[in-house]
Design a protein around this ligand. Sequence first.
Ligand code: SF4
Length: 276
Amino acid sequence: MEPLELVADCARCSGLCCVAPAFARSADFALDKPAETPCPNLRTSVPGRTDAPCGIHTELLDRGFPGCVAFDCFGAGQRVSADWRDGPGAAREAFDAFAVLRPLHEILWYLTEPVPEADDGLRDEVTAAARRVAGLAEGSPAGVDVGAVRAEVGELLGRVSEAVRGSAGAPGHARADLVGRDLRSGRAARRPLAGTTLRAALLMGADLRGVDLGRADLLGADLRGADLRGTRLADTLFLTGPQVAAARGDATTTRPARVPRPAAWGPAAVSATRRR
Ligand code: SF4
């Protein structure tokens, strides 16, 4: 089985992420949009258009749509074969497939996190789980219990995290409310953040300038508006493109090589490095 693409290719998608979800007017999205309704800024609602799907894609931040900048379908959109513009039946098929494929592709992204070379058994488990999830993503979306897949893989990813961080049972900051906190030098957190867990932590607007987040587990951490200038993210765990796109970085911010560098950060001052 060929590995699935986990990078979005909007040119091969009918703009599903701009149609299928509902959006409430907020700091992330400047207007209310019902589910399964095209965003008024979407140009692919006009059949035959081949230019950029979003009519304001170069102005998303200025026009109040930062949530769109941070969104990533992890390559699910281009794998939906039905086209929602082809009538109600095709639309139903496309929306149902996207609702399953998008989370499965995100889970597959997490399963590509490198496992320590010494831990053959764990690496085999991750490889087997990736095959199972890819098999679900290749098959029919009907009957796929995404919640069950998340729970099963979540437990495995927890063990990957502990193996990489070497800190099973160590106290961390999972689900901590660190909104707007000054976390430089770990002052507000009272413990160094490198090698710790920040799973699902709320880090919106936190000041992480110059902080070493090496081997920190950032699965599900909310980094919207966090200041990551000069922050070391190069070997963080489970970091995604949407997380970094929602944060503020600069030329000295490092990130894992597999995570796209947001254009707003400018060119990297140093090469990104990997854990090994
Ligand atoms: S603003 Fe653009 S990117 Fe955002 S949902 Fe609308 S068309 Fe899509």
